[in-house]
Design a protein. Structure first.
Length: 122
């Protein structure tokens, strides 16, 4: 089954969705820092549009918490408020979380990190 990317629909409002938390020992690798967040978002997939929480993200991917977990390899679209849908692939799946690999780097995440005083490299 082919899933079309969703039309832009905000998953919440900026006032109640964007919360950054300091993270000790940020992992740094190919994708750079992973920002720990508690952003509400939606994941569009074969099972429909699923509400989720972004636990952390980098320019290359994200870790999500949600109830229904698509299979690894599934093509999905992550939708955050006021951003276009981000095409991704499910990289791994746990009991209540999954990892996404973005199909294109998301450099805007580095710009958020640059403006966040507690997201500096330690």
């Amino acid at each position: 089954m082919t899933v079309d990317p969703p039309a832009h629909t905000p998953a919440g409002t900026p006032d109640d969705t964007i919360v950054l938390f300091p993270q000790r020992g940020c992992r740094r690798g190919v994708s750079g820092h992973r920002l720990r967040t508690q952003w509400r978002a939606e994941l569009a997939c074969q099972d429909g549009r699923l509400p989720c929480t972004i636990a952390d993200l980098s320019i290359a991917g994200a870790r999500l918490s949600l109830g229904i977990l698509p299979e690894p390899g599934a093509r999905v679209w992550l939708t955050l408020p006021k951003t276009p849908a981000i095409p991704a692939e499910v990289a791994w799946r746990g009991k209540t979380q999954l990892g996404l690999h973005f199909l294109q780097a998301q450099p805007w995440i580095d710009r958020i990190e640059a403006g966040c005083p507690f997201a500096r490299e330690r």
